[in-house]
Design a protein around this ligand. Structure first.
Ligand code: FMN
Length: 193
């Protein structure tokens, strides 16, 4: 069965990015797509230490944490939807740590050809949502993945919400998130996944 893995880079398990991912997940499940969520707040992913061990033996990372099992889930997925709050104009440190540790599957291009979609949420209207989405898209492109655009050429779903629950009043962000999920499903169908 086609599987989409969603990743929430927020330390707040039930925050605004969670809500944007949740509507995307519901949309996909309604279309018969299996979804698995990774909330990085539940895991310990250390920053890459550039030891270069993975460049010799891809999956033999000496760091003792949750990165390897999480990266295996990404490799087994057909598509990824990655969401992050905006932290100082970019992704959270939690998500950046996982992105850097993706040097492991990068060694043998194990994410190549998968579909990727990006979501961000910032407290300010011009708080860096596009930069954050772009950072996630750059991660996809470095892995030679296919980027899913949302509706009307928007290149991801972006919310404006600060406090817990504020996202409920950003109907545009919720609807872009649903549209992004439909685009992911469409690309998966076109790919024959
Ligand atoms: C350390 C930190 C840095 C932040 N930096 C920004 C920022 O640069 N731009 C912005 O719009 N919001 C910023 N915010 C606000 C969060 O992006 C916002 O509260 C978001 O809704 C959090 O998503 P979450 O509920 O999924 O954790 C920051 C919040 C924190 C804690």
């Amino acid at each position: 069965m086609t599987k989409v893995v969603t990743v929430n880079g927020s330390p707040r398990r039930k925050g605004n990015v969670d809500a944007l991912l949740r509507v995307a997940e519901e949309e996909l499940e309604g279309l018969g797509v299996e979804v698995e969520r990774i909330s990085l707040s539940d895991y310990n992913v250390k920053p890459c230490e550039a030891c270069d061990v993975c460049s010799e033996n891809a999956w033999e990372c000496p760091l003792d944490d949750d990165a390897v099992p999480l990266l295996r889930k990404l490799v087994e997925a057909d598509a990824l939807i990655v969401g992050s709050p905006v932290y100082f104009g970019g992704v959270t440190a939690q998500l950046k740590a996982l992105i850097d540790r993706s040097a492991i599957p990068y060694q043998k291009s194990e994410l190549r050809g998968k579909i990727g979609a990006a979501i961000s949420c910032g407290g300010g209207r011009h708080g860096g949502q596009e930069l954050t989405v772009n950072q996630i898209i750059t991660f996809f492109l470095m892995h030679e993945m296919t980027v899913a655009s949302g509706e009307e050429g928007v290149f991801g779903a972006m919310g404006v919400a600060n406090d817990l629950g504020d996202i409920a009043s950003d109907e545009e962000a919720l609807s872009s998130s649903r549209a992004l999920a439909r685009r992911v499903a469409e690309l998966l169908r076109e790919k024959g996944a």
